[in-house]
Ligand binder design. Sequence first.
Ligand code: SIN
Ligand code: CO
Length: 389
Amino acid sequence: MNSKNKPLHLLNGLTPAQFLAEYWQKKPLLIKNAIPNFTGLLSPNELAGLACEDEVQSRIVKYKNGKWIADHGPFNDDDFAKLTDKPTQENNWTLLVQSVNHHLPKGAALLQLFDFIPHARLDDLMVSYAPNGGGVGPHFDSYDVFLLQGQGKRLWRISEQTDLRLVEGAPLRILQNFDTTQEWLVEAGDLLYLPPHLAHWGIAVTDNGVDCMTYSIGFRAPKNQELATEFLGFMQDQLNQDQIVLDGIYQDADLRLQEHAAEIGKEMIAKVSANLQKIQWSDELVAEFLGSYLSEPKADVIFEANKKLSLRAFTEKFANAGIALDLKSQMLFFGDKFYLNGETVSFTGESKNILVTLADKRHLEATLISDALLQKQLYDWYIAGYLKF
Ligand code: SIN
Ligand code: CO
């Protein structure tokens, strides 16, 4: 049995395997008090501060006189000052900040609670803030999401409707119709899991003067079309780098006289088709594609190279303090191959075990590494900004 498969308070006493079998990608689950005493990881002001930074993706979604407006950050103090003081059902707004786990260690630690779902499926932690009545309207997402309530309350409505028509011309996905099937008023520490394409509508409820903040632990599911396009790009690289070799050149000793010189002959098509079908891929190659593609940082992610530290000084520091993946780093593995931020390395034996721990836990305890190659690899990653003390 998988050693991780223990009943979790986070999942209302279900084991991860039970949750996956009964709910994941199938039906919603509300867990009251999933994280006892959770009231959030940052204040509304701190969230607004993040939304003012250049490298942070943020949006303010406004609902004004029946119309939806979406503004993109970075914002400044004036933008926040202009927002309505007394929001109503017809006039409200919400602030949404993406990838909070890249900027807040506590955000990254929160995501680790959900590590019964593979890291390859993880997207990010989004945090929203809204005064009473605010929200992003009735919609559905293409992804799985765990919605964890921070401070304040939120009224969640879900709908089993199959009518997923969207309001045309709106700057965000808003359902034309919404028929509430079920609703819950959630409070701090409550967790709502929603499978993809389930219509939902979260309305912020200010409780005793405390506004609503919601933490969305979102998972990604690439479109099959996107995976195929990216895979073919990867295969092209394999061919260009002679990792896949198709021997010989086109031959037609059996060429027969054609009626039309300009016509592409059936024989030519058959020969080329047979040749193309020699392009094969193994599971290892698909894993390699997935590893580099899914660990590739998003376009807006920038790593700050660490100031020069000698390999010796690095090794000493590591032996005393351990090391962690940078908050923006994404590390995956398959077999002996490790993928960190789109780059591939291979390690076996004890070094492999160490890297498996780094990938799973995102940090390593203080240790003296005996493998000089691994030492150098960790050092290079540190200099590149992929690791931090
Ligand atoms: C929110 O936190 O306001 C929106 C989350 C969602 O509905 O996906
Ligand atoms: Co949603």
